[in-house]
Design a protein around this ligand. Structure first.
Ligand SMILES: Cc1ncc(COP(=O)(O)O)c(C=O)c1O
Length: 376
């Protein structure tokens, strides 16, 4: 794998812009680095929302990674169609989505599907639906470990929910209690001295909670934890058998190293854009609007390779205007490559990703699970 000048493509003239380029050799290297952390692919449950691509699921499977986390039913279907055997949907099943999920389970009877719950009345509603549709479902309890996005508080509320689930597991068997899901997305802290005690305290609270369940003879199948910033700290606790659910590590971007400067991943996704106009003597306009790069954060949203000093001044649906003293020297049609700040929502903006090997586009992959509905 060449490391200098790995991104430009020799057949750029054949490729329309704006587009997303993916580099499978670098993806493979990132997967190897993830596996090296846990020492065992069975302790990885990577989140697939980062790439939404069945080809990357196949790459993961080939490396022995068999468990996956997903955020949408379309992602679950994409994983199952690609051969994944164990998919956790980390989203509460509300409304029609419960019935869609049951249909998905029926369509892939050999795949182990599970979801998350964090509310007792919601569990009872699910139970009624399952009884009337003769379905059954495996669930993880979603703990709120400080992000305050979803989850139930550790302590009596979560204990009561788990006791209830355990009773249901032993009773009609329509709901099976699988284990604990705890996402610590609030711990994007670059300073390791600050991050380590906070991450350890979350870990301790989750392990204590597990021990309380075990003390009441409530079996805990698995614990699924962490995003990228804490994944190496959680992965280090090998004897606890925690499944690490980092997602961004596979493609990387320029936002992650700002939050996790010590993590060793390679950029494996690049945006390609062209100059479409030079509206003033110190500005160029690229065809990379916010319909081609995630824009939920302030600028800079792209780090352009070879144009690091350019300042973004206008960003609209299909245009990105950069201010640069080099503008006069840059002809219309010039190609620029850039690393997005946030790769996950950027991938979701592209219907296809162009595949680069040895500095040439050789193929494209369809970003299947960017659709909200595949077949179910
Ligand atoms: C529930 C859940 N688990 C895991 C992840 C993966 O985290 P990261 O993007 O830091 O790799 C996310 C990211 O949004 C998430 O929402």
């Amino acid at each position: 794998m060449n490391s200098d000048n790995w991104w430009p493509i020799q057949n750029a003239d054949d490729i329309p812009t704006p587009c997303l380029l993916l580099y499978p050799d670098r993806i493979a290297e990132n997967l190897d680095r993830m596996i090296a952390w846990t020492g065992n692919p069975s302790l990885l449950r990577p989140h697939v929302k980062t790439h939404k691509l069945s080809e990357i699921i196949k790459m993961k499977l080939a490396k022995g990674i068999t468990k996956f986390k997903a955020a949408t039913i379309a992602e679950c279907e994409m994983v199952a169609s690609a051969g994944g055997q164990d998919v956790l949907l980390s989203m509460q099943l509300v409304g029609q989505n419960l019935h869609r999920f049951l249909k998905l389970m029926a369509a892939f009877p050999d795949v182990k599907f599970s979801s998350i719950v964090d509310d007792l009345p919601h569990v009872n509603w699910m139970m009624q639906q399952l009884v009337s549709s003769s379905g059954s479902l495996s669930v993880f309890v979603d703990l709120n470990v400080g992000m305050n996005r979803t989850g139930i508080a550790i302590g009596e509320p979560a204990m009561n929910l788990c006791r209830h689930l355990n009773r249901l597991s032993l009773g009609q068997k329509r709901i099976k209690f699988e284990g604990i899901h705890a996402y610590d997305g609030h711990l994007g802290i670059p300073d390791m001295n600050e991050l380590m005690p906070k991450s350890h305290s979350v870990l301790e609270s989750v392990l204590q909670f597990r021990d309380q369940l075990l003390a009441e003879k409530i079996p805990v199948g698995s614990i699924v934890m962490s995003g990228t910033p804490t994944s190496h700290l959680v992965a280090a606790q090998r004897s606890e058998n925690i499944e690490v659910s980092a997602g961004t590590t596979v493609l990387w971007d320029f936002g992650q190293p700002l939050t996790c400067p010590t993590l060793p991943f390679l950029n494996a996704a690049v945006l390609m854009a062209r100059v479409v106009s030079r509206p003033t003597s110190d500005r160029i306009c690229l065809d990379l609007g916010h319909k081609a790069v995630a824009s939920e954060m302030p600028h800079p949203r792209v780090q352009f390779l070879g144009l690091e000093d350019a300042i973004p001044v206008i960003h609209s649906e299909e245009h990105l205007v950069l201010q640069t003293p080099k503008a006069a020297e840059i002809p219309i049609g010039t190609v620029f490559y850039g690393i997005p700040k946030h790769i996950c929502p950027t991938v979701a903006l592209h219907s296809h990703a162009w595949i680069v090997e040895n500095n040439r586009v050789i193929n494209f992959w369809r970003v299947q699970a960017r659709d909200r509905v595949l077949t179910i």
